[in-house]
Write a protein that binds this ligand. Structure first.
Ligand SMILES: NC(=O)c1ccc[n+]([C@@H]2O[C@H](COP(=O)([O-])OP(=O)(O)OC[C@H]3O[C@@H](n4cnc5c(N)ncnc54)[C@H](OP(=O)(O)O)[C@@H]3O)[C@@H](O)[C@H]2O)c1
Length: 258
């Protein structure tokens, strides 16, 4: 019998890489996926192998249905099973919320094609294989932006809200065999915001985040990985949930009081 298998999209960096490493550490074989740069994916794959995992590294753009189906076919041929799917690959365009002219219809399409349609296509491609393993789990990486009205752009916030709604629908649709949940990270220290905001604005945002959260902390990729692992490997009676991982930002902002 093969070991359990975790498929993590966008796992060459940040949250996805931390999640793949955690599954590998816990005895899973893992898929490392990327859409552009192979070198970081190979580096994460080596880390996972060092943790004992058999690894499939595969370039696949989740916005392309043929790529999602090819990924599912490759996993079926290599291991014949998939126990966990983490839809982590995401994209955005950084546009100030007040700049309504800064977002075009095409921008919405581009962001939705990865953040919403990509997750849908991955779930559709993997559901038949995952249904064979009772207790299989899917986690969609959403964002605090889906519920806070704060984020890299209105299109991004809307896409993550749509992902939350899709999580609810998929939880009903794929039950009882597969559980489907979402997590909403706050400010996570990955290249995503570092590249998007630039060094100076990033550091200001980081200090601001620490100031307004009860836990006085930004989020590390490993914090999100912990939740993903629990929702897939444990959480046997939890489905359709959206769990914030935001140091209390949304529900309990400090409002200057600690
Ligand atoms: N960082 C934050 O503060 C934060 C907060 C809340 C939610 N999130 C969410 O967390 C997820 C991961 O973010 P991160 O911060 O870890 O970003 P990151 O470090 O920039 O990593 C993004 C990963 O996704 C891959 N990717 C991008 N587009 C893809 C596509 N179309 N198909 C397959 N892979 C793709 C990238 O590889 P390639 O470039 O080679 O494709 C990379 O491996 C995203 O869904 C994001 O919305 C992040």
């Amino acid at each position: 019998m093969h070991k359990k298998v975790a498929v993590v999209t966008g796992s060459s960096s940040g949250i996805g890489a931390a999640t793949a490493r955690l599954f590998a550490k816990n005895g899973y074989n893992v898929v490392i996926n990327f859409s552009r740069s192979p070198e970081p994916a190979d580096a994460v794959a080596d880390e996972c192998r060092a943790l004992g995992a058999d690894v499939l590294v595969m370039k696949a753009n989740v916005a392309e249905d043929a790529d999602c189906r090819a990924l599912a076919k490759a996993v079926t041929e290599k291991w014949g099973r998939a126990d966990a799917l983490v839809n982590n690959a995401g994209t955005t365009k950084f546009v100030a919320a007040k700049d309504l002219e800064g977002l075009s219809a095409q921008d919405f399409h581009d962001i939705y094609s990865v953040n919403v349609i990509g997750a849908y296509q991955m779930i559709r491609a993997f559901a038949p294989l995952m249904k064979k393993n009772p207790g299989a789990g899917i986690v969609n990486i959403s964002s605090v932006a889906s519920v806070s009205g704060i984020g890299s752009s209105i299109a991004y916030m809307a896409s993550k809200g749509a992902l939350n709604a899709m999580t609810s629908g998929m939880a009903r649709t794929l039950a009882p065999e597969i559980r489907v949940n979402a997590v909403g990270p706050g400010m996570v220290e990955t290249p995503w915001l570092q590249n998007g905001l630039g060094a100076e604005q990033y550091e200001a945002r980081r200090q601001g985040y620490i100031a307004v959260t009860p836990l006085a902390a930004t989020i590390q990729p490993e914090d999100v990985a912990d939740a993903c692992y629990w929702l897939c490997a444990g959480a046997r009676k939890t489905t359709g949930e959206f769990i914030l991982i935001d140091s209390g930002l949304v529900k309990y902002p400090t409002l200057g009081v600690r």
